[in-house]
Design a binder for this molecule. Sequence first.
Ligand SMILES: NC(=O)c1ccc[n+]([C@@H]2O[C@H](COP(=O)([O-])OP(=O)(O)OC[C@H]3O[C@@H](n4cnc5c(N)ncnc54)[C@H](OP(=O)(O)O)[C@@H]3O)[C@@H](O)[C@H]2O)c1
Length: 352
Amino acid sequence: MPQWTALIAGATGAIGGALAGHLATEPNWRVLGVCRKPPKHPIKGIQYIHTDLMNADACRTAIAGHTDITHVFFCGRAPHDDRGRESIENNLIILGNVIDAAAAASRHLAHVNLVQGGKYYGVHVGPFPNPAREDDPRTVTPNFYYDQEDLLRSRSKESQWSWSAARPNTLLHFSPDNPRNLVSTLGAYAALCREIGIPLDFPAGEGSYTSLVQVTTTTLLARGMAWMATHEPARNNAFNLTNGDVFRWSRLWPQLADAFGIRCGTARPVALAEVMPDWEGAWHRVVKRHGLLDRPLATLANWAFADATLMRWWDEILSTNKARDFGFHDWDDSERRFMAILQQYRQAKLLP
Ligand SMILES: NC(=O)c1ccc[n+]([C@@H]2O[C@H](COP(=O)([O-])OP(=O)(O)OC[C@H]3O[C@@H](n4cnc5c(N)ncnc54)[C@H](OP(=O)(O)O)[C@@H]3O)[C@@H](O)[C@H]2O)c1
């Protein structure tokens, strides 16, 4: 008999999917997964609830029967607005609606966990105090993480549930349906460099090539979120959750070149979002030659995402001391994990 029931908002997303996969293997958890569209690859043991979290009434009705919810994990992300920005208003609405619905359905609601990220410290904007600590001051850049955390803090005070927040940095994950993925995007880039017959140049500046980077494997993140949501001393706290190690692209790049049997090039800044869509024809040749699944390049590679991530020439480190201090000692080897996930894409016939 499971001890806890998790309601995962955003259960088909990069993080929600990893969390759902993890909790489904844990005997202590029953798992409800909220999303709008049916999952392409449903996870065994998850009960999916399809509703639009922007619609408070629909959300309340869809969740109403679930009187045993003990934990809400908020892993949703409202789509970008018309101007391509992450809407603070919409991200607040979907968080508020799911909390209201879960609290109305279940008097056992004990905890709400929120996923934030390195953007809390402005990792995407420019140099920031490194390693970033959870109690560092917020930045001047508006960010829905701040508003969502404030909502949790104030609502928790009036309720019987506690809260926690996980702060991963850039994710490492195998997600065949999500092109916002560094491994599949850079794997496609390397495959195209080989096809075109050029070395594997690093598509950003020397500073980005040699600065220190930290990433978070989603399976580790899932374990960390489950830990903080059930570990009493962690209540009402935020925790950085990264692999705990650091790497430089200049160390990983030769390994990527080796994996494709091409020469490692040099750091030469170029906007991949501008140039790579022109190589769709070359991608078709790659697909044919290597017998890959015939899917458009855009399902595998998000060039703008890679540009925005690789252009950071500053160190990007989130201290993991607090999580360790509170008892979470999990870690991962980022370089090894990157290469292992690349191998998963190859085995799935998505990359050559
Ligand atoms: N991805 C990263 O690199 C990264 C890194 C650090 C932190 N984060 C943070 O982690 C959080 C989750 O990000 P993610 O990348 O895992 O998200 P994601 O892959 O974009 O997934 C979003 C999820 O939210 C659901 N969703 C969106 N709008 C909804 C609505 N109105 N009603 C119901 N479900 C809705 C989606 O389901 P449908 O498609 O069915 O609507 C999907 O399951 C965000 O706060 C993000 O900023 C992400």
